[in-house]
Ligand binder design. Sequence first.
Ligand code: G1P
Length: 305
Amino acid sequence: MTTRLVRKAIFPAAGLGTRFLPVTKAQPKEMLPLVDKPTIQYGVEEAIASGIEQVIMVTGGGKRAIVDHFDRSLELEHYLEERGRSDLLHILAEVDALSNELVITYIQQKEPRGLGHAVWTARLLVEGEACAVLLADDVILNDGEPCLKQLIDAHRKTGATVLAVRRVPRNEVSRYGIIATAGAKNGIYEVTDVVEKPSLEDAPSDLAALGRYVILPAVFDELEKGEPGAGKEIQLVDAIKRTIGSQPVVGIEFEGDYYDTGTVPGYLRANLTLAMKREGLREELVPLLQELLETSAEGSAPRGL
Ligand code: G1P
């Protein structure tokens, strides 16, 4: 079995964030916070913990804040130093340490032609290697092995393109790429088909491929053809599908808490759940939530809001 090292991770981050307007009019959606950390930082932390050496951010217009976030802010550091705020300097140092642990490269996707096109934009930087793709909207947290690490391990064992799969409620299949499988061996599904956002009737299963991938170079050859799919966009999943038969494609049911922060309800759910896990915030939130529940039952606004 071929074993390939996965050193690079592509982060498609050029989307216009229309689901979050107006907040995304002048701010990248990847910078929206989960409690106090931008969404994209969770993905970069996962990449580092999975052994990735280079992150390739595919950005578009208006994404300057992402570049600035992973850069040092000497002005802010100086300001905090003068005021003896070592507690806050410590937080800045943590972000700075991320960009010291790996190289972050930025490349522009000049037209919004879909996820597959964004990934294809990074092809020359990938240099013909198997690489990872992380969708920052999909935040996956795990106390044990990070999700991407689980995929890379499966890639080491199989030499395959690897998808991160999880069962979703049947009535939600049209939101995801859905796989067909001949069954699993040692927890690894052999993928026989994958369909981007199928209707309920056409969905081959309830196993959704969520936002983590390890892709073989052949996927770039398929993306190169530029064939549009669902929503008239070039879809990553379609390119992966076209490699089935000539290249191995597998899926693993990953371990970890999955948060879909790409919609307003999912984003709010993620924020609330993470805030409730944070000491110091939980104590404030519990009485507030209780009050909210009581008052919403009565149909009036809670006190103090
Ligand atoms: C993307 C992918 C889809 C995947 C989903 C969730 O869709 O195209 O295959 O299942 O992310 O990770 P999007 O949510 O960007 O429309």
